[in-house]
Write a protein that binds this ligand. Sequence first.
Ligand code: G6Q
Length: 556
Amino acid sequence: MITLTHNKTLTGSSEWEALEGHWQQIQPQHMRELFDSNPDRFEQMSMASCGIMLDYSKNRITSETMDLLFGLARAAGLPDWIGRMFSGEPINTTEGRAVLHTALRNRSNRPVSVAGEDVMPEVNQVLEQMGDFVQQLHSGEWKGYTGKRITDVVNIGIGGSNLGPLMVCEALGHYRIPDIQVHFVSNVDATHLVETTKQLDPETTLFIVASKTFTTQETLTNAHAARRWCLNSLQDDNAIASHFVAVSTNAKAVAEFGIDTNNMFVFWDWVGGRYSLWSAIGLPIAVAVGMECFHELLAGAHAMDVHFRNAELEQNMPVILALLGVWYANFAGAATYAVLPYDQYLRLLPDYLQQADMESNGKRVTRDGAVVDYTTGPVVWGAAGTDGQHAFYQLIHQGTQMIPADFIVPVHSHNELGDQHAKLLANCLAQTEAMMRGKSSEEAESELKASGMESDQIAALLPHKIFPGNNPTNTLLVDKLTPGRLGSLIALYEHRIFVQGIIWNLNSFDQWGVELGKQLANVILPELQGELPIGKHDCSTAGLLKYYLSLRAGKG
Ligand code: G6Q
């Protein structure tokens, strides 16, 4: 049996120990005092890049905290690692792959080589192919089998082949092209496909089957069902060519499925699934909002890449956000991290970041395979404000856990209706202020007195009216949610994840837990289908299998 070694390199370092000691000094301090004692705190702890202004002054930090955190990043060799990622080194070591989503949006066209070969010509070629296809769809030149124009496009994919394009299509709703609707089917639960296709006409529907491996059970099952749905109506196998295209790295499997590889958009193994919306996996985005907007999205991400690559750590937005996350996860004991967009268009951003972050840094061993003795990626969650205020914010204000949170809000809305945007902003800013200041016992008491309440009632109510505050938040003010800004915002978070992975000494780019799920389902499936007897399982799983089978056999 191989025994795993434990890694003490990080927690035993002088930088780490200094931060542990520093938290002991910071912990008793209230942010109110930090603000009261330094009127320049906002100027000192805010920065702007790529149309995004980050205010990180409402954090439980001093300038010394930041210095210590930057020291930790330098000790982890962060600047060197940034260079290694951008230059195409195979830093995803467990899969032996480069990590080059940045090459997909490299608008400078600077050569980027993988194993000695420049990938940019291929990247640009696929972008052109996407552009041609989108143009044909939008102009009506691409016709369904019976000669009708395509009105609906359904993306069939899951995980990284779904969440990114889905989130971006929602986020760019303002830029949607009329006359063509984009839908997403991911769940193997047939309800997803059935409910989606109910409203569609096979003669005017085109399916994009998006799967990096083209072996994913959920996607292939849905793709086969969609194929049957199409053929039931069109009655000719030749119809598939007009109604199915594929996005994949696996041309052989695409051909086996019956999709003409001329209708296939390739990408490469150096693009991780959850980092793939910038590749041909972004095809549904280009269909929904047009190729021009897709290019702007790439350009925005590229601008953030340039910032991340070149800015000093002290002025580097992804680095600052990442280090604050490390501060709370590792030194202040925060187990979760909330993303709270005050923009309805961004309502799926928390779901998207949940995958991007938790699949990347939800790891328990270092790059060398040693078990870590520190916390790695937190639980990421959130929802669009102001809905969240009427749901879970109570726990942030008066619960027992510290929940570091990012508030994201645009300065200009695409929908300036009366004073609604001012109200949205007011709610956002009021929440961050309240989370920072809280409400002291004295303040709560004087409010109750002013309402004319008797003193015995005040005494009973007072504990419930106190808000401790001191909950850390970042505020990201985005000038306007354009495709370019959205690209910058997503890239900001991608790099935040990368930086944390470097500090924690993880491979942020593999996902063996996802692979495990793919294997396990394939073991149980034949047992459920009665093709194999129930095999060796724990008594809970075996009991559930038997119960299910007896009900399906009409015995219960
Ligand atoms: C992402 C993960 C995972 C993957 C899906 C779909 O980084 O690897 O979410 O995207 O499992 O995989 P395919 O694209 O291969 O179908």
